[in-house]
Design a protein around this ligand. Structure first.
Ligand SMILES: [Zn+2]
Length: 208
């Protein structure tokens, strides 16, 4: 049975978690999704509608559940308590190394967010032991070559952690599952199974 794994660090006014079923075939709730393209487009929405092209979603409308589909890529959800905006980000290695996460935080700051206040949830994704690249020095931008290991694996989690710290995020407000999709059979993994199924990481401002 598919389950929801809630991010317990968010207050009751925010619903956030990871659904471990296949969101492409058995999504049990209404969501706003993306047509994810491994880019850096951030899309603002004010109602649930058709899938929109991009890799990050932003809203301040209660009841609009934002959802990211992944099977190895990093899914993040963010909430700023003072401005009331939420975001959901699809950070595959391309989006991650194109700085989509800092760009999304910057967009939230434009909306009045304060980085030190951000509450963040990070779902399951590929750990360094499973993140083998064929030619990481060509695939990964030079500024992140420090994360390339001697065995050609890339520590994507370390890149994300540095981006969050440099943006001014309080790491004590980050709930990071730190479980590898390829190692942990609870999650879908493209690397492990070449599956088309996708788990879903979501966030919603509860309608009061
Ligand atoms: Zn692993």
């Amino acid at each position: 049975m598919a389950q929801i794994h809630p991010f317990g660090s968010f207050p009751p006014a925010i619903v956030a978690g990871v659904f471990d079923g296949d969101v492409l075939t058995e999504l049990p709730f209404e969501v706003q999704k993306l047509k994810q393209v491994h880019g850096t487009e951030i899309v603002e929405v004010s109602a649930v509608g058709e899938d929109v092209e991009g890799d990050a979603l932003l809203t301040n409308t209660p009841g609009v559940r934002l959802l990211i589909k992944t099977a190895d890529c990093i899914p993040l959800v963010l909430w700023d308590p003072s401005s009331g905006w939420i975001a959901a980000v699809h950070a595959g290695w391309r989006g991650l190394t194109a700085d989509l996460v800092p760009k999304t935080i910057a967009r939230m700051i434009e909306k009045g967010a304060r980085t030190a206040d951000l509450q963040i949830g990070i779902g399951p994704s590929l750990g360094v032991e499973c993140a083998a690249f064929s030619e990481p020095s060509k695939e990964i931008p030079a500024q992140y070559h420090w994360a390339v290991q001697p065995d050609q694996h890339v520590d994507l989690w370390a890149i994300l952690e540095r981006q969050l710290r440099e943006a001014g995020v309080n790491m004590g407000k980050v709930e990071w599952m730190r479980t590898c999709t390829a190692c942990d059979p609870r999650w879908f993994s493209w690397r492990r199974d070449k599956t088309l199924a996708r788990l879903g990481t979501f966030i919603e401002i509860r309608v009061l």
